[in-house]
Ligand binder design. Structure first.
Ligand code: ZN
Ligand code: ZN
Length: 312
């Protein structure tokens, strides 16, 4: 038996899906197919597609735990050629490399968002950087120096020292993501806020590393990526053009319907600017406004395909 609240919830979800479907059958929102490389696996066979159709995204890299092989395969079977998989495991445990190697053998094409309370140049992550090179898959790292709420902690700390890692692991394809990666587009960032605002001081570490190291890519997802692209309009177009072969669209959106329904940035009070909005829509809008069509296509499709070795 389901109760009245569950029943109403189910109806609302079904109606949102129908509405999303109706919109998807009209003209595509973005003049072409879109690949979202930062899409956390949702529960339910169709929940992933409901979000994507709502915001005009056609394909996605599903970020899912190494134990989710069967779930990912079921979704891939229902929606052929729409989803590839990037896998994670607890990198603080000794069997992480073994688990991730198996996941890649089972079809994973990346090491997904790695987000643990460790240093970016500490032993746990160094093992993963070496493993990514060995397995020849990209590794996506969440860098965060400022907690969003009491008790959250910080993740992959020490981004300002990351150049040494890029030098030490030339065969590893790094995908930088989250607060510290994006806050460091500005040269004056001193770990004072999760999402600094205002004009960007040119010559930031992230900008420099993207230019100097062939093995570093930038994941444009989440409030962090969106904030970096919207805080200083005089910076955006030139930045996207300069790094047009290194930046990749992702959403990290948690909204339900691709229209901002539900919560778009889970557990993150300091990302309130995104409440009621779909991060995918917001970021795609900025990308579209600040690029030529050929560059937009690279950021939203070609670069992600190359990086994850996805056959179109
Ligand atoms: Zn993240
Ligand atoms: Zn969304």
């Amino acid at each position: 038996m389901i109760n009245r609240r569950q029943f109403l919830g189910a109806i609302a979800a079904a109606m949102a899906a129908v509405e999303a479907k109706a919109q998807s059958t009209t003209a595509p929102l973005w003049d072409g197919p879109m690949l979202d490389i930062h899409f956390h696996l949702r529960q339910g066979l169709d929940a992933n597609m409901v979000h994507m159709e709502g915001c005009g995204v056609t394909n996605a890299v599903l970020l899912a735990h190494a134990t989710a092989t069967e779930q990912v395969k079921t979704i891939q079977a229902k929606y052929p050629k729409r989803f590839v998989w990037s896998a994670s495991a607890d990198i603080t445990k000794p069997d992480a490399a073994e688990i991730l190697t198996k996941a890649v053998k089972d079809g994973a094409q990346g090491l997904r968002e790695i987000k643990f309370h460790v240093e970016a140049d500490g032993p746990e992550l160094r093992r993963m950087y070496a493993l990514a090179a060995e397995l020849d898959v990209p590794i996506l790292v969440h860098f965060q120096e400022v907690p969003h709420f009491e008790g959250e902690g910080v993740f992959s700390t020490g981004f300002k020292r990351f150049e040494a890692i890029l030098k030490s692991y030339p065969k590893t394809k790094f995908i930088g993501h989250a607060d510290a990666f994006w806050a460091n587009v500005s040269a004056d960032y001193a770990n004072e806020a999760a999402y600094p605002t205002g004009p960007i001081k040119r010559g930031g570490i992230t900008d420099k590393l993207l230019g100097d190291y062939a093995n570093l890519y930038g994941d444009l997802s989440a409030n962090s990526g969106n904030n970096a692209l919207s805080r200083d309009p005089s910076f955006t177009a030139d930045f996207l053009t300069r790094h047009q072969n290194k930046l990749v669209f992702g959403s990290d959106c948690a909204c339900q319907d691709g229209h901002g329904g539900g919560v778009s940035q889970n557990n993150n009070p300091v990302a309130a600017r995104m409440s009621g909005k779909c991060v995918a829509r917001e970021t795609l809008t900025i990308l579209k406004q600040n690029t030529r069509p050929a560059v937009f296509h690279k950021l939203t499709w070609e670069n992600g395909h190359k990086l994850f070795k996805i056959k179109a």
